[in-house]
Design a protein around this ligand. Structure first.
Ligand code: GLU
Length: 466
């Protein structure tokens, strides 16, 4: 059997972290089994549907590095097929027309409420021989089993049971001929040959109803795995209140996709105590048994830790490209010289930075030209004392035997010994302020070597005039 999973997001305009995790699990499961992951867009809600909303999901998947098999399937585009199945069920006697008016339904709702029942529809048209009222367009309802225990065998939650009485004869085709979500999902999953449904446990209740449809059609029920929710650090459902909830926000905050994959994998799936699990390893290990039964809490510190790990491993040229994209957003052009400088200091930059945005901040002085701004800390360093020191440094630069980090360090130590009782910090701080415009930076002597003597001189000149 070829494993076929599916990724069926509703296009909401962004890709929620939970959706991304579901996508990742489906992708890993398919990859692990040499199967396929299909991509269906659940776009039947036409009011909310837009090309941009679909693009947001596609871009999110691309960014995460997840791919799918075949074309994107539009659920809306399959409405005729859904209707066809509804009529087939009608013909085989598994479904029926219901002509109830809104008023009748309202009354049933009230009675049900008074009697404390969960389902309200009293099935009055189920086996009715009454003549349909004139001019009323009927809906089609499925005949749900009337009694007995209904069981969903779930790979995460185990066997979950409800009494058949809890399931109503739900609508599968509306009066205007459009399918309901319940029908569309089942028909699509069946037609797509889906073998495994891995999705959020907010859909577990739907599963009981969906299985009624599978049984009515005589179709194989897929294997189910319902994933517990993602919670915020405080245990409440993850929401904006906790911080970023969409994939694009994490991208913009400078997280690497491979770090995000690793983090999302661990958010609900475990392989012993392993925290760092790269994607090839994840594909090899992923299984449904490793999915936890309880909700997982989003842990920003852990994500930062994982991201820092992948930053260190990332290729320098790739990181240079990625920060160049960030500079573009900041309207900073990266020239060839700027790129060379970035590459030259990347080993150090990437081991300091928790994320790409921080890396871009740290390295901005390498790509910016005079005039640049001084941040508050830097400006404070450029007082008379500070200026005295950087002037001393500028005056000595021509005497240094070679413009290398080692020689520059020796030289700065000499200046400190001569003017600041050997306190190197009191030399480096104003020098850093002058050369980078910032209160902190990666190794300054290394940066000086990379910038070169002329540039260092020019920057000190510039700072002295401030
Ligand atoms: N479109 C649904 C959602 O985004 C998924 C439905 C399903 O997985 O069956 O939550």
């Amino acid at each position: 059997m070829t494993v076929i999973t599916r990724f069926p997001p509703s296009p909401t305009g962004f890709m929620h972290i939970g959706t991304a995790r579901t996508g990742l699990f489906n992708w890993l499961f398919a990859k692990h089994h040499g199967g396929k992951m299909l991509f269906r867009i659940e776009d039947t809600d036409r009011a909310r549907h837009s090309e941009e909303a679909v693009a947001a999901i596609v871009n999110g998947l691309h960014w995460l590095g997840l791919d799918w098999d075949g074309d994107i399937i539009s659920q809306f585009g399959r409405a005729d097929r859904h209707a066809e199945i509804a009529h087939e069920l009608l013909k085989s006697g598994k479904a029926y027309y219901c002509y109830c008016s809104p008023e009748e339904l309202e009354q049933m709702r009230e009675t049900a409420k008074a009697e404390g029942r969960v389902t309200f529809y009293d099935r009055r048209w189920r086996d009715s021989t009454a003549t349909p009222p004139e001019g009323v367009k009927p809906v089609i309802r499925i005949k749900s089993p009337l009694s007995g225990e209904r069981i969903v065998h779930d790979k995460v939650q185990g066997d979950v049971k409800v009494d058949a009485e809890q399931l109503d004869d739900f609508i599968i085709l509306r009066a205007d001929g459009t399918p309901t979500y319940m029908l569309a999902v089942v028909v699509d999953d069946h037609d797509m040959g889906v073998t495994h449904v891995i999705r959020g446990d907010d859909h577990l209740n739907n599963t009981f109803r969906q299985n009624v449809l599978y049984e009515a059609m005589g179709w194989d029920i897929p294997v189910y795995a319902h994933l517990p929710l993602i919670l915020g650090p405080d245990g409440a459902k993850l929401s904006k209140r906790h911080g970023a909830t969409s994939v694009e926000e994490y991208r913009d905050m400078g997280y690497l996709p491979e770090a995000m994959r690793n983090y999302l994998l661990r958010l609900g799936w475990a392989h012993g105590d392993d925290e760092i699990i790269n994607t090839p390893q994840a594909i090899e290990w992923f299984n449904l048994e490793g999915i936890g039964q309880s909700a997982s809490r989003f842990d920003f510190d852990k994500l930062n830790h994982v991201n820092a790990h992948y930053m260190k491993l990332a290729d320098n040229a790739r990181l240079t490209d990625l920060v160049t994209d960030i500079y573009k957003l900041r309207n900073i052009e990266v020239t060839d010289t700027g790129r060379t400088r970035l590459l030259a200091q990347m080993d150090e930059l990437k081991s300091r930075a928790k994320n790409l945005v921080q890396l871009a901040d740290d390295a901005e002085f390498l790509v910016k030209d005079i005039p640049y701004d001084f941040d508050e800390k830097a400006a404070a360093q450029l007082n008379d004392d500070g200026k005295f020191i950087i002037k001393e440094i500028a005056n000595g630069l021509d005497l240094i035997p070679a413009f290398t980090a080692t020689e520059l360090e020796k030289f700065c130590k000499d200046v400190a010994a001569m003017h600041r009782n050997g306190k190197l910090g009191q030399v480096m701080m104003p020098l850093r302020a002058a050369l980078t415009g910032r209160g902190s930076s990666p190794s300054l002597v290394h940066a000086m070597e990379i910038l070169g003597k002329d540039e260092v001189k020019a920057r000190i000149e510039y700072a002295l005039e401030k």
